[in-house]
Design a protein around this ligand. Structure first.
Ligand code: UD1
Ligand code: CA
Length: 456
């Protein structure tokens, strides 16, 4: 295997996206289009990855500042051949180059590998048969079926336009030849551009074999030009993820109604109902069940946990056999031990809840440490913010917090303490005792009448 350089063409403007964001930074599966292409390139373990950028250049570079990439600016976009010319000074004389397009997110590593293997002292191009080839470069073959040239749509004759085998734009060749061919291309064509595709005819002139590998997977060579393409590719990408999950044994109630925008790892016998979105890194343990319409981001959900409908989980960990939701919101820093229950309209933030504790209804618990087997009644609020600082609430094991209580932090509720319903607790409550803090007496006014509406 020869040394490998990869050039990714990404200088195009993307006018048809109608967006201020450079085209290659639009996302598929929450990752920039260009990130998919760079990941494919990295999987091929090249000596060098060169990205030719232009429109919105600095933003593109910034988005990939952690990658080892040689960035080459193509200030004016004078065609794909001109783009590769800009990369020439960075190509290694003794290497082969693979050309990829920065706007083809589903590019296939295996197809590239095959193409590179073909490029040994040859020009190898990836082609496919397109029902409607309009706009594409046509693969022109001679009588003996040898690839003879690529003719761009705008330059093609009627007969050539009838050809359905088209150029994907992905090709591989030895750098010595590439250098020579690029020095000989002209912009003498319908678009006044330097076409990379003209190197095919030059290879034929030089008696260098040209091979075309025909791919069957059209999506893997489909470029994004408009939002309609982006939406379509997103569905294809999501469907592939869903199929892979089904293959692994995950139950998806409808593979067309799940979105994975990142990495979803699942144990055995996981069930996911419709319309759930998984973002970032999510791990679901064995037998986890996720009901409909949940959003789960950067979370670990341990075996046997059940997440009921309309629950939002963000940067949180959920212990085994816990029951969360419906309509619960777990915000960053929440960690629940095993067997916890969090019910409807409960918001947790930076709260650590120990084994078997329950927060079942209408509560806010933030910046709190909750012990084992604690019961937090409906409508409990930890008042964690004094307007300037975030302060902690500690509730020790076996405590019981009566409904509609406010715990004004910093405050500690002792082990086994009981807080009477409707209390506003501002001082530590001792272990094992009943603490209450409400209006002294309950009054009733005999003969009191409700106000009546005044007639005008
Ligand atoms: C190109 C091919 C065509 C092929 C088609 C596949 C040429 C001349 N034509 O056509 O045979 O069927 O792709 O989609 O190569 N780019 C630059 N700098 C430029 C021009 C383009 O970096 O000056 C980049 C674009 O960002 C894009 C890629 O090259 O990623 C292809 O450019 P595009 O304008 O889409 O090429 P087409 O004319 O569609
Ligand atoms: Ca194109």
């Amino acid at each position: 295997m020869n040394k490998l350089n990869i050039v990714i063409l990404a200088a195009g403007k993307g006018t048809r996206m109608h967006s201020d964001l450079p085209k290659v930074l639009h996302v598929v599966g929450a990752k920039p289009i260009l990130a998919h292409v760079i990941n494919c390139a990295k999987a091929l373990q090249p000596n060098k990855i060169i990205v030719v950028y232009g429109f919105g250049g600095e933003r593109v570079k910034e988005a990939f500042s952690s990658e080892e990439i040689t960035w080459v600016n193509q200030a004016e976009q004078n065609g794909t051949g001109h783009a590769v010319q800009q990369a020439l000074p960075y190509l290694e004389a003794d290497a082969d180059t693979l050309i990829l397009l920065g706007d083809v997110p589903l590019v296939d590593v295996e197809a590239c590998r095959k193409l590179i293997a073909q490029a040994d002292n040859k020009l190898a191009i990836l082609s496919f048969n397109k029902t409607d080839p309009t706009g594409y470069g046509r693969i022109v073959r001679d009588v003996s079926d040898q690839v003879h040239a690529i003719v761009e749509h705008k330059d093609a004759t009627e007969a050539q336009r009838a050809i359905v085998e088209v150029n994907t734009g992905i090709m591989a060749m030895p750098n010595v030849h590439l250098k020579s061919w690029l020095s000989r291309i002209t912009n003498n064509n319908a678009q006044g551009e330097y076409y990379l595709t003209d190197i095919v005819a030059l290879a034929v002139q030089d008696n260098i074999s040209v091979v075309a590998e025909i791919t069957e997977d059209e999506w893997s060579v489909t470029g994004i030009n408009a939002k309609t393409d982006l939406a379509q590719i997103e569905r294809v990408h999501q469907n592939r993820i869903a199929q892979a999950l089904l293959q692994q044994g995950v139950t998806l109630k409808d593979p067309a109604r799940i979105d994975v925008r990142g990495e979803l790892r699942c144990g055995r016998d996981v069930e996911i109902d419709v319309n759930c979105i998984f973002e970032g890194n999510v791990t679901l343990g064995d037998r986890v069940k996720i009901a409909t319409n949940c959003v789960v981001k950067n979370a670990m959900i341990a075996a046997g946990a059940q997440i009921a409908a309309f629950t939002h989980i963000d940067e949180s960990a959920i212990g085994e056999n816990s029951r969360i939701g419906p309509f619960a919101r777990l915000r960053p820093g929440t960690s629940l031990a095993s067997g916890t229950h969090v019910g409807n309209f409960v918001e947790l933030k930076n709260a650590q809840v120990d084994v078997g504790s329950k927060i079942n209804h209408l509560s806010y618990v933030g910046d709190s440490t909750i012990g084992k087997n604690v019961n937090i009644g409906a409508g409990t609020i930890t008042c964690n913010y004094d307007g300037a600082n975030k302060l902690r609430t500690v509730i020790e094991d076996d405590a019981f917090i009566g409904s509609d209580s406010q715990l004004v932090a910093p405050v500690t509720i002792g082990k086994g303490a009981t807080i009477a319903a409707g209390s506003t607790i501002t001082k530590d409550a001792p272990a094992g005792q009943l603490t209450f803090c409400r209006a002294k007496e309950q009054k009733s006014i005999a003969g009191w009448k409700r106000p009546v509406k005044i007639k005008k």
